[in-house]
Design a protein around this ligand. Structure first.
Ligand SMILES: Nc1ncnc2c1ncn2[C@@H]1O[C@H](COP(=O)(O)OP(=O)(O)O)[C@@H](O)[C@H]1O
Ligand SMILES: [Mg+2]
Length: 609
């Protein structure tokens, strides 16, 4: 049988009290028995003394002591009155042969007195024997004896009989109230122990229900045990464990976290309370926290971040202004080493930071949620994504190529037919014209095929530190010639101390040339082409190619990088495709901003060497 703690506690307390009551009652009973027996003894001794005195007086005068005793009226009345003395069952004088001379019961005179136990002997024994003697069935008769002397010779003895039955009755009478008291004490003790158990076990019930809730998958379970004792400590400990469990709960993206502890696609999220204490941080946020104590929960934003940290600034601003902040871009150290700086340390990552203010119903600040998105990784993902889009487009390109190749070929065939006819009629100048058209068409065909091949076949890249200045210098003669054709001024603004970039010089030179040529070609009425470069955040170099030409209509912006997209009469539509592909291969980025009628800016971002 399984006993509850409460039952055990009540049973324990009750049995301890019960045992104490039984032991104490035993002592009480034993000493009461002794007192009663001693009382009987002294009463018997008193009677024996009175009989002794009287017997001596009666015998003094007479000749036969037995006759004298038997005939003494005073002695008889003493003996008979003994019947009224409590506990005394008889009083007698017997001769040396134990034959009764006088007896409180006259009928016994002349008979032998049966041998009874000695009360003195019982009084010398222990309490258990005494109680046993008192409680024997029917009781026992014990005697107080006193020798009766005649001069120096003993001629008989006085026997006072005492029944233990009477002592037993006495004891039982005083035992009743004692048992009632003991019972009352026992009941009281049980009630008190039930109450105590209730009080003592409450914390255990509270913690048990907390554990049950945790077991059911609830998070953030808190138990309320305010007392300052071991249970209070247990409650605090439970709350700490519960908080840790809540913080460590598996997120749906956990498998991604196994390698680095940081899922680059997961937003880092933290929640601070109105005092700036951290209430929650997801694994992605924990991975970005500066090194500190193992459990950052309950630490303040001041303790977690240095004053200039963008997270701290954003959270503090939101706390003072009660307004959500961001998104702001910031570069923060990363724990992952897939990209490293020149010292081999993890490269900082660009993050988009925003805060969201959470208010109470009465519009007081309740918490600030901080979200940081890993932008670098988003960019990588986006560029890989569009790269795969380009790859998918390749299959469709084949059809386009076939079409493009067929047109010039058809034209070539027709003109060759015409050439034959012309030659046969010997009209030479016309024949020459057809021949030049054929040549141009064949050249165009060659351009298309070359461009196509350049686009689909990844060049063998040789990445090395290259100075932008040297590349711009190299393309300048071609650009200047094109600019002169369109009456365009060219301005170059590349600082001397610009960091070198890690690129393939040939690939980047081709890309920059295409951008510059397009810029010149966009300025049909003349204008200014500006090529500039600068170092920017994230260890990158930015190259701008600006013109104030015709611009690009917004609806065409997403097409300009497509292969064969051109708006020019003799355009090939290959230039920007090559630029896009080159920048991709160099792990760079390209952006375009254009206002129709005002001009266009191409922005290329390249990694520093
Ligand atoms: N700087 C620019 N200003 C205006 N439009 C431009 C500029 N650069 C490119 N474009 C547009 O993008 C199209 C594609 O350019 P590109 O791929 O170089 O092919 P192409 O120069 O042979 O036309 C051009 O036809 C033009 O419409
Ligand atoms: Mg072009």
């Amino acid at each position: 049988m399984r006993l509850s703690i409460k039952t055990k506690q009540v049973a324990g307390v009750t049995s301890i009290v019960g045992l104490a009551v039984v032991v104490l009652s035993g002592f009480y009973l034993a000493s009461l028995a002794r007192i009663r027996l001693e009382e009987s003894k002294s009463r018997g001794e008193l009677l024996a003394n009175a009989i002794y005195q009287r017997a001596r007086e009666a015998v003094k005068a007479g000749s036969d002591p037995s006759v004298a005793l038997r005939e003494d009226g005073g002695l008889r009345s003493i003996l008979e009155s003994s019947a009224y003395s409590s506990n005394v069952t008889y009083a007698a004088i017997v001769d040396v042969g134990s034959i009764v001379i006088v007896h409180s019961d006259r009928a016994r005179i002349g008979q032998p007195l049966p041998p009874y136990g000695d009360l003195d002997a019982l009084l010398e024994r222990g309490p258990v024997s005494q109680l046993r003697a008192i409680y024997t069935d029917g009781g026992r008769t014990l005697e107080i004896r006193k020798p009766l002397l005649m001069g120096t010779a003993e001629f008989g003895s006085i026997h006072i009989g005492v029944s233990t039955l009477l002592v037993q009755r006495d004891l039982n009478q005083s035992l009743g109230p004692a048992v009632l008291t003991a019972l009352a004490i026992l009941i009281g003790a049980s009630l008190i122990s039930i109450l105590l158990a209730q009080l003592l076990l409450r914390p255990i019930h509270v913690i048990r229900s907390g554990l049950t809730r945790l077991g059911q998958g609830e998070f953030g379970v808190v138990v309320d045990l305010p007392q300052r004792d071991e249970f209070g400590e247990l409650g605090d400990f439970f709350n700490t464990v519960s908080a840790r469990l809540s913080a460590d709960r598996p997120s749906p993206t956990q498998p991604l976290l196994l390698g680095t502890g940081e899922d680059p696609l997961e937003d880092a999220v933290a929640i601070f309370n109105s005092d700036g204490k951290l209430l929650f941080a997801n694994p992605a946020m924990r991975a970005t926290l500066p090194p500190g104590p193992p459990n950052p929960l309950a630490l303040s934003v001041h303790a977690l971040f240095p004053p200039s940290h963008p997270y701290r600034k954003a959270v503090e601003e939101s706390m003072t202004s009660h307004q959500s902040r961001g998104p702001l871009s910031a570069y923060l150290p990363s724990l992952t080493t897939d990209r490293v700086d020149e010292n081999g340390l993890p490269a900082p990552r660009e993050r988009l930071i925003l805060t969201h203010v959470i208010e109470n119903l009465d519009h007081r600040l309740a918490a600030v949620m901080l979200v940081a998105r890993n932008l670098d990784y988003m960019t990588q993902v986006r560029s890989s994504f569009s790269y795969s889009q380009k790859l998918a487009a390749l299959s469709r390109l084949s059809a386009g190529v076939a079409h493009e190749v067929k047109n010039p070929l058809n034209a070539t065939v027709i003109h060759l037919e015409l050439l034959k006819q012309q030659l046969s009629s010997s009209d030479l100048p016309l024949a020459m014209e057809h021949l030049s058209i054929i040549t141009a068409q064949i050249r165009r065909l060659d351009e298309v095929v070359q461009g196509f091949l350049r686009f689909i076949r990844p060049e063998d890249l040789r990445l090395q530190p290259v100075s932008i200045q040297s590349l711009v210098d190299a393309i300048m003669p071609v650009v200047a010639a094109e600019a002169a054709k369109h009456g365009v001024d060219v301005a170059v603004d590349v600082p001397n101390d610009l960091p070198v970039v890690n690129v393939d010089a040939g690939v980047l030179q081709q890309a920059l040339l295409n951008l510059a040529l397009n810029g010149c070609q966009a300025m049909t009425q003349g204008g200014r082409l500006r090529i500039s470069a600068a170092a920017v955040r994230g260890r990158r170099v930015e190259v701008l190619c600006e013109d104030n030409g015709v611009g690009i209509a917004p609806e065409h912006l997403n097409k300009i990088f497509d292969l064969y997209y051109t708006t020019k009469e003799h355009g090939s539509g290959i230039g920007l495709s090559i630029v896009y592909r080159a920048i991709q291969l160099l792990d760079g980025e390209i952006e375009v901003q254009s206002t129709p009628g005002r001009g266009t800016i191409f922005r290329v971002l390249l990694p520093q060497a």
